[in-house]
Design a protein around this ligand. Structure first.
Ligand code: TEU
Ligand code: CA
Length: 555
């Protein structure tokens, strides 16, 4: 197992729009991030993944980029960015930029040119097709509802957009596209950034002929029809050679539709492609498999969650590296879906964190996860801002798949906006996020769930995350030890060990709100409790775990 700094790091993800507003316009910004770097430092993270801050019309909150080398006006200026980067580096914090190059905004100059005529020099920067039998070129759907094709009457052709119609897919088979993207990436590397989180990078190489896929809930094939295409590894190896080896970079590829076998190619130990990937299998263990869509809900299937994470832990143990996440800007709040929002909110948030942070891989903490922030009490569709949620609401109700009441209930549970309500800094108006009118509703529970209160309270979720991160720095076994699951079929308990030479840890997590009996293996009975979410942890041969109890024993 080769040692690397990015294997020993803990990453804090910032969604700039919702993090901290420094100028009172209700929108988070770069200067607000600079103001809060000491908070990130105090938590203990040493890398920040910055969701997009580039110029964008914000159809998908910055994941639709109109100029990769300019800063979105609402977020500030390039000087603000340079100041934030320098301030982060002064604190020993590295910055990963969010690289969104599967698609651009339709307002990017490349697309403005491309759509002008079929012989425009930029025409083949995008994927244009004529109608097929008078209709859409194939049955691919947009991740944000409807077909993945938009008709453009200027040239009587359709262009591909796996996401919104304002996010046309780039044609990565065109060497000029790769050349321009790599030049832009090197421009950011030369500015001193430390790596990239790569948005839907698994989708960049489309199957020749763009064959139909399997229709989903709305009748179209999902964006994953294009996952792990024929040239994706070739293009990433080219990126590694022409960009990523130009500095000591960290890279994580967001790989919709990635399998373990494919991940072994993306994260290969010869480091010819990426350092790690975000896989998604564990993110639908609370979706109803009979519906086959995120717009469904079931009780979390812990046995399946354990099977998935065990397969990924063991699968990448020798060759590759895992990312560890239970939350990000696309997922509802983890404590609301896998824990408890009520009496056991803090206890369950700490249990989920223990389970995630004690595994082998690089942990990612999403803004507010370290406070045990919850889903928000959204009302009607007018409360939502996310293009994915709003489009799904209109499409699935119009198709008669759900009533308005059913769809609003699904949105309240599953909408990405649950993760995008403003960061809760203190109990003053708007949670201290803005002095103006916030662009999206603030969760009213900020009065008792906020950073100021938790930084001051030793037994808070914040201090528990701080301790987990500190343990990872102190104990090499947490980074490099092998993982082995116990009781794989137990529906309430997640137990696993970590082993490094003679050292061994036992991680015990009760995912249920009830007491659960468990037999602690004899070798751990005299062990030392490294961390626990109840103050009075004592270990006996047959322990009765309390609701959402978690602890780690060092043999
Ligand atoms: O998400 C892409 C992706 O994986 C989606 O299919 C995701 O699974 C879905 O939105 C979950 O509900 C990335 C970004 O993280 C997301 O914020 C962007 O909207 C999207 O790409 C397009 O850039
Ligand atoms: Ca602002």
């Amino acid at each position: 197992m080769t040692k690397r700094w990015w294997k020993e790091s803990v990453v804090y993800q910032i969604y700039p729009r919702s993090f901290c507003d420094s100028n009172g316009d209700g929108i988070g910004d770069l200067n607000g991030i600079t103001e809060k770097l000491d908070y990130v430092k105090e938590l203990g993270a040493d890398v920040i993944w910055l969701s997009p801050v580039y110029q964008s019309p914000n159809d998908d909150n910055g994941y639709d980029i109109s100029d990769y080398q300019a800063i979105m006006e609402e977020f500030g200026t390039m000087e603000d960015f340079d100041r934030m980067l320098a301030a982060a580096h002064e604190r020993g914090i590295r910055i990963l930029m969010d690289l969104v190059v599967n698609h651009t905004s339709d307002e990017h100059k490349w697309f403005v040119e491309s759509r002008k005529s079929t012989d425009n020099p930029y025409r083949d920067y995008y994927i244009w097709r004529p109608a097929r039998d008078g209709g859409l070129p194939n049955n691919w759907g947009s991740c944000f509802s409807g077909p993945a094709w938009e008709y453009d009457d200027t040239t009587d052709m359709y262009y591909l957009h796996l996401f919104s119609k304002k996010q046309p897919d780039l044609n990565w088979d065109n060497p000029k596209v790769r050349e321009d993207v790599f030049a832009m990436m090197n421009w950011w590397i030369d500015k001193g950034i430390d790596g990239f989180r790569m948005d839907v990078i698994s989708l960049i190489s489309k199957e020749p002929g763009l064959p139909d896929g399997i229709p989903g809930l709305n009748g179209y094939a999902s964006e994953c029809v294009s996952a792990n295409g024929p040239h994706v590894h070739e293009y990433l190896q080219e990126m590694r050679q022409k960009v990523l080896n130009n500095a000591d970079t960290m890279t994580v590829g967001e790989c919709a539709g990635v399998t373990l076998e494919e991940a072994k190619k993306y994260t290969r130990s010869d480091e010819k492609e990426l350092n790690m990937v975000f896989q998604f299998e564990h993110m639908d263990v609370d979706c109803d498999p009979a519906v086959g869509s995120k717009w469904s809900r079931q009780k979390m299937d812990l046995v399946r969650y354990k099977e998935i994470l065990t397969r990924w832990e063991k699968g990448l143990e020798e060759n590759g590296w895992n990312s560890l996440y239970i939350q990000n800007h696309d997922q509802p709040r983890c404590v609301s879906r896998f824990g408890d929002e009520g009496e056991y909110r803090e206890i369950s948030a700490k249990m989920l964190a223990t389970c995630n942070h004690m595994m082998q891989g690089t942990p990612y903490v999403y803004q507010g996860e370290e406070l045990g922030m919850t889903n928000a009490p959204f009302g009607g569709i007018e409360d939502y801002r996310d293009v994915e949620s709003i489009n799904a609401y209109h499409e699935l109700i119009a198709q008669g798949k759900f009533t308005e009441e059913e769809m609003l209930a699904l949105l309240r549970y599953r909408s990405r906006d649950n993760a995008r309500t403003p960061m809760q800094w203190d109990d003053t108006e708007n949670a201290g996020f803005t002095a103006g009118t916030p662009w999206i509703m603030v969760n009213p529970n900020y009065t008792f769930i906020n950073a100021e209160e938790q930084v001051k309270r030793e037994d808070s979720v914040f201090h528990y995350y701080q301790k987990l991160i500190r343990l990872r720095r102190e104990k090499e076994i947490i980074v490099y030890g092998t993982y082995d699951v116990l009781l794989p079929e137990d529906e309430n308990l997640y137990l696993y060990t970590r082993t490094l030479g003679e050292e061994k840890l036992l991680v015990v997590c009760n995912f249920s709100a009830c007491g659960q009996k468990v037999d602690i293996p004899a070798e751990f009975l005299q062990g030392k409790i490294l961390i626990g979410n109840y103050s009075d942890v004592s270990v006996r041969e047959t322990a009765v775990l309390r609701p959402y109890e978690a602890f780690v024993i060092e043999k």
